[in-house]
Ligand binder design. Structure first.
Ligand SMILES: C[S@@+](CC[C@H](N)C(=O)[O-])C[C@H]1O[C@@H](n2cnc3c(N)ncnc32)[C@H](O)[C@@H]1O
Length: 288
């Protein structure tokens, strides 16, 4: 831990790295930067750590919790995703770098289509809202509905909507999938982005201690991890949804996903892997 004497940033960083190396390995460098930045009185949320004083008491408090195994994002209630720092808490899944591929591909596809002037998006299972907010924030005419079953997660999502000044372009619905979502709105939705819970229950129960800080409702996808995909796809077919769906996926469910899509005759536009070359994204076209 840090001593009570005044320490300069280099000393603080050295101590942080010594403490973090054993628990976070390659993440130690990045986490120590975030801790210093966060604890610097003048550089709130800012990665320019050079010109501000570090609150040593605060950084000690953070480090104390971190060495006990609590994820950094859950201690400081923020996590960088795509181009922004999102509010996150005990009721939300901390945004993952893996999910950035969905935002990246969506924007590439959307910007390629010169006929598409307006975007009407639905972020289903939105959590912090990191997917929908990141997308509409980059487009002039993007509107997004957000759905989550968790009231607390939606409070976090609304905080992010306000933080990034997207109130005019967004509407939030508390709903068990589509149960309380006004179905006539779906007619105007061109695209759905969705990162549902997809970890098979058996795997969920064996997750490492850090991941278990995220709420179970954001991770457990039922016996095979397929429960949410099955429900969502069946529903979209039943209402003759005519549009595109971008699902986050995981290698663990790819085979069953293909089987389901074949059975239901849903067209796969493409599948993409993430930076670690793992299946992470599937784009589907619903014929209506
Ligand atoms: C894997 S997290 C994804 C959060 C966020 N979209 C992201 O990519 O970081 C799944 C989210 O689905 C929500 N969820 C779980 N069951 C749901 C349901 N039946 N209807 C709507 N949302 C649900 C959880 O509360 C959680 O926020």
């Amino acid at each position: 831990m840090l001593s009570k004497n005044y320490l300069n940033k280099l000393d603080i960083k050295k101590i942080l790295l010594e403490n973090l190396n054993s628990i976070t390995g390659p993440q130690a460098e990045q986490e120590s930067q975030i801790m210093i930045s966060y604890s610097s009185s003048k550089s709130e949320n800012n990665l320019d750590i050079n010109n501000s004083e570090v609150d040593q008491k605060l950084i000690n408090k953070i480090l104390n919790e971190r060495v006990k195994g609590k994820p950094l994002a859950k201690i400081i209630n923020e996590k960088g995703f795509w181009k922004k720092i999102f509010y996150t808490d005990d009721y939300t899944l901390d945004p993952r770098a893996d999910s950035e591929i969905l935002v990246e591909q969506f924007l590439i596809d959307f910007k390629k289509n010169k006929n598409q002037k307006h975007l009407k998006l639905l972020d289903l299972c939105c959590g912090t809202g990191c997917l929908g907010i990141s997308i509409i924030d980059e487009l002039d005419n993007g509107f997004c509905d957000f759905i989550d079953v968790s009231k607390q997660a939606l409070i976090a999502c609304k905080k992010n909507i306000i933080k990034f000044k997207q109130q005019q372009k967004t509407t939030v619905f508390q709903s068990n999938l589509f149960e309380n979502y006004p179905i006539n709105r779906l007619k105007y939705i061109d695209f759905i982005v969705c990162n549902p819970p997809y970890i098979p229950t058996r795997n969920y129960l064996n997750l490492n201690q850090e991941t278990q800080h995220d709420p179970r409702i954001s991770l457990d996808g039922g016996k095979l991890g397929m429960d949410y995909y099955v429900k969502i796809i069946n529903f979209l077919i039943s209402v003759k949804f005519k549009g595109i769906v971008y699902f986050e996926i995981d290698p663990i469910i790819t085979k069953n996903m293909y089987k389901l899509l074949l059975e239901k005759s849903v067209k796969i536009v493409y599948k993409k892997t993430d930076y670690l070359n793992l299946d992470r994204l599937i784009k589907l076209k619903f014929p209506g």
